[in-house]
Design a protein around this ligand. Structure first.
Ligand SMILES: [Zn+2]
Length: 172
């Protein structure tokens, strides 16, 4: 994406960005400055539903990364982060470790999560699910095998017509 292609007349903010901004004390004005004057350091032109890019800017001396989606004249601030020096080079422009594909700012660690699935009137909470969890944003990734187990649990509860089911995943 060419920097000239970004004409963000309108900024809107995702729930995720708002929470990150609150946690890290990043204002709307700060993000506006970074969108207008920041540097594009990574580009995801094929992301859906619209192209994304990662911008680097500074608030006082703090480096800030914004992931924004560009949808015509409207830009969506998807995440706002202070990059972790352990994961980035000294200029905060190059990733030194594998990234989380959702926030593009964290790496994953093994852990356990509670998966929430919803369909119709049914809500299923599946506890004790082994996952790779992003240390930055908390999004998690499951193996194909675990995903199938989780989907099966969800389907079971949905077909029984349970409103709220809490199950503990038994993993070998
Ligand atoms: Zn993440």
């Amino acid at each position: 994406m060419n920097p000239n292609d970004i004409h963000c007349e309108n900024l809107i903010f995702s729930d995720h960005a708002i929470n990150q901004m609150f946690k890290r004390d990043i204002s709307v004005e700060n993000t506006r400055m970074i969108v207008d004057f920041g540097e594009i350091i990574q580009d995801y032109p094929d992301d859906k539903p619209f192209p994304n890019c990662l911008l680097l800017g500074h608030i006082s001396k703090r480096p800030i990364h914004l992931v924004i989606g560009v949808n015509k004249n409207e830009c969506v601030v998807i995440t706002a982060n202070e990059p972790d020096p352990k994961l980035w080079d000294g200029n905060f422009k190059m990733k030194t470790k594998l990234e989380c594909s959702l926030c593009k700012n964290g790496t994953t660690e093994k852990g356990y999560v509670t998966v929430t699935l919803e369909k119709g009137e049914t809500i299923v909470l599946i506890k004790n699910v082994p996952a790779e969890v992003c240390t930055n944003c908390g999004h998690y990734y499951l193996s194909a095998e675990t995903t199938q187990l989780v989907l099966d649990k969800g389907k079971e509860a949905y077909e029984k017509g349970t409103e709220l089911e809490v199950v503990k995943l038994q993993v070998a």
